[in-house]
Design a binder for this molecule. Structure first.
Ligand code: GDP
Ligand code: IMO
Ligand code: MG
Length: 429
């Protein structure tokens, strides 16, 4: 009986999909607790690359129950497309995929509102993925939303029309052209498709599984620095991406959580607008983007790249109660002679701090770096922690000391097999 969390500690895209797929065989349940189609989780194995948006990353492992929790916002059209992409993999969704009836539904008008709001913001735009995330969570907290359970109601169409009428009134406030009639047939087709899946009270499913002694992995989406409360507000997503989100997004009590695995890249990336203290605007940033293939899995946008930011990482570790760290994409730094790591910030008044300031937007901060030697070799032949080159070991140790949490896993490529896991730990977890 245990609940483990796997959470992104930066601005998303840390490699959560790869790792959930890798560690999933240790669990009986994999559950998504927040976010929606704004997420793009990449898995690679047997020479094939898969990108999942709303379906949990345990879906390719046999005998695992995958749950889309009540904290998620689900777009039925994207869901149908995702399922159809998986049709060659002989997955029995009737046995291994369950969706909470309390999951909020993304309507076509939520997507239109997202686009209209972003267009109206002009240069101040959030850089949203335009998947309707913000407007759907607004309707949830405004107590207007439609939930998956509603699609089973004989009055669903009326409920839909009522909410759409409200959205149309809101859209009138924007100068925004749209053609809702062109979007609705695919939406209603997807709603009928969704009805054929297991729509359940997932809080009971999860707590019954716990009662039966089963182990549960909660898969986070986005990252801690995009959290609605603790991220670089307002340049954030609209859900709690931090550990507490797993409790509210699944109905899991905090005292059930045994382990919090925090995942971060050996450097930093961000997609969309908002502050990014260690961002690189030079050839080095370009080289990281190229070596790391840093383009969004959902939108294809180039990701902004920069050095590792330890004050931000420590902040995320503190907020989530991280018990072990997983470092991703070490291979991307293979060719660098020197690697910089931001250890502190200098504030506009000259003060040096290792804490996250309240505002990073109007009062720009200067990152203070320490420079470490690069390992300057390929990691293709490195198959265990013991074989890690000395300079990479020193980089790992430096981070562990500064953050105060051990690194148990180092990822050296996108494939499932390109993963170095401390064997003593892997065996016991
Ligand atoms: P997620 O949203 O956290 O699941 O991450 P994404 O899938 O959006 O982005 C991570 C990207 O890095 C994907 O293209 C992965 O295939 C890739 N990736 C994951 N781990 C590694 C790694 O260790 N090295 C390299 N080079 N790529 C990796
Ligand atoms: P995964 O799960 C990276 C970013 C967007 C934008 C901001 C708000 O793949 O790590 P939203 O569509 O949520 O209103 O956008 O958050 N964003 C992500 N960035 N990875 C993600 O998910 C993201 N989901 C949202 O780029 O800046
Ligand atoms: Mg992603």
């Amino acid at each position: 009986m245990s609940v483990h969390l796997l959470l992104g500690l930066q601005w998303g895209d840390e490699g959560k999909g790869k790792i959930v797929d890798y560690i999933a065989p240790q669990y009986e349940v994999v559950a998504r607790f927040q976010g929606g189609p704004n997420a793009g989780h990449t898995l690679e194995f047997d020479g094939i690359k898969h990108v999942l948006h709303q379906i949990p990353s345990g879906i390719f492992r046999n005998d695992i129950t995958n749950i889309i929790g009540n904290g998620v916002v689900l777009d039925p059209v994207v869901f149908k497309e995702e399922i159809e992409k998986l049709k060659d993999f002989k997955i029995d969704f009737s046995k291994n995929l369950f969706i909470s009836k309390k999951t909020q539904l993304i309507l076509p008008t939520h997507r239109l509102l997202d686009a209209a709001s972003e267009a109206a913001k002009g240069k101040e735009k959030i850089g949203s993925t335009l998947k309707g995330i913000g407007p759907t969570y607004m309707d949830k907290t405004g107590r207007n939303g439609l939930r998956i359970g509603d699609i089973l109601s004989a009055h669903f169409k009326e409920k839909y029309q009522l909410l759409v009428a409200k959205h149309k009134r809101l859209l009138q406030h924007y100068q925004f052209e749209y053609d809702l009639a062109a979007l609705e047939p695919a939406f209603f087709e997807a709603i009928d498709f969704l009805k054929t899946f297991n729509l359940v009270e997932s809080e009971y499913l999860i707590n019954d599984a716990l009662q039966a002694g089963k182990s549960i992995l909660c898969e986070g989406a986005q990252g801690s620095l995009l959290d609605i409360d603790f991220g670089s507000y307002p340049f954030v997503t609209s859900s709690n991406t931090t550990a507490a989100g797993a409790c509210t997004g699944l109905g899991i009590a905090p005292n059930r959580i045994e382990k919090v695995m925090g995942i971060f890249k050996a450097y930093c990336t961000r997609v969309g607008s908002g502050p990014f203290p260690t961002e690189l605007f030079d050839d080095i940033g370009e080289q990281i983007r190229k070596e790391g293939n840093e383009f969004g899995a959902t939108t294809g946008r180039p990701r902004r790249c920069g050095w590792l930011d330890l004050p931000a990482l420590r902040y995320a570790v503190m907020l989530n109660g991280v018990t072990e760290l997983f470092m991703m994409k070490a291979d991307v730094l293979n060719s660098f002679e020197e690697i910089k790591v931001c250890t502190h910030y200098r504030l506009p008044n000259g003060e040096v701090t290792d804490q996250m300031p309240y505002c990073l937007i109007h009062e720009p901060i200067e990152p203070i770096y320490e420079t470490l030697p690069g390992w300057q070799q390929s990691l293709d032949q490195v198959n265990s922690f013991e074989e890690i080159p000395a300079a990479l070991s020193a980089y790992i140790q430096f981070i562990e000391e500064k953050v105060g949490v051990p690194i148990h896993l180092v990822s050296v490529g996108p494939d499932r097999t390109q993963t170095l896991h401390k064997t003593s730990v892997a065996a016991s977890s």
